[in-house]
Design a protein around this ligand. Sequence first.
Ligand SMILES: C[S@@+](CC[C@H](N)C(=O)[O-])C[C@H]1O[C@@H](n2cnc3c(N)ncnc32)[C@H](O)[C@@H]1O
Length: 267
Amino acid sequence: MAADTPGRVAEDGSPYPDRSRPSFEKEVRAMFTHIAGRYEWFDHLASVGQDYLWRPRALWALDRFRSPGPIRRILDLGCGTGEFQRLAARHYGSAVVVGGDFTAAMLRRARALGERTRQRDRLAHLRANALALPFADASFDLVLNAFVLRNLSDIDRAFREMRRVLRPGGVLVTLEIGEPVRPLMGTLFHAYFDHVVPWMGRSVKSAGPYRYLPESLRTLPPRAELLDRMRTAGFGRTAADPQSMGIVTTFLAEAGAEAPPGGHPRR
Ligand SMILES: C[S@@+](CC[C@H](N)C(=O)[O-])C[C@H]1O[C@@H](n2cnc3c(N)ncnc32)[C@H](O)[C@@H]1O
């Protein structure tokens, strides 16, 4: 793997993305290519099964937040292996749910798992970079993204892109790990992510990805700032709904009537 991996690698040869390098995006893609095969079970293990609750709760928060109306087109951006995508397709029984991701190995897995479901005719998969989305303006009623934000090289540009592809009144749902609400929980949280998760990663020859994970968490702005930046990108009403004592937060943002200039031009 080391020979094919752009940028920094850990001692076991696994990709270890470094945000300060120009090749950061490629390094992130190499990392997700490396972990694609074991992504889901490792995720369930590292979150002690909590991730089974986080995504459904995000959709329930969305239903409390959004204005009534049909949901026909959904984009799950950074869909990975498609867990959130398939859940959204079950939750919104007549919607088409497009899974977009820039890592081919993750998308392949999402496609294969999607094929096994009753919702398969309403699932689509597409290579897409969050910073330059290959969709026309106002194409979607909802844009979802779970655990993607901390991997982006330019969060503001991604917010503008997500706003651009939403119809006015459409909603962005961002689910992300963050600093717990209570300080004691924060100490445990950092001990777990700084020591236990990297140890688990080393045991499956993925020292780099699971050392990168706690580093990436530290690069995320606080909740209030993220909401401000969503509003700057053209969202109106926003809300943050912490889960599991704030270890994970559901961010909700309604697309305003007009997108601000500066989204990536449609190609
Ligand atoms: C931690 S995984 C989350 C997967 C999935 N959303 C879930 O809930 O399990 C992050 C995903 O985001 C994708 N990703 C990261 N940066 C991206 C970008 N700039 N554009 C598109 N996808 C990106 C990765 O390829 C990876 O599949």
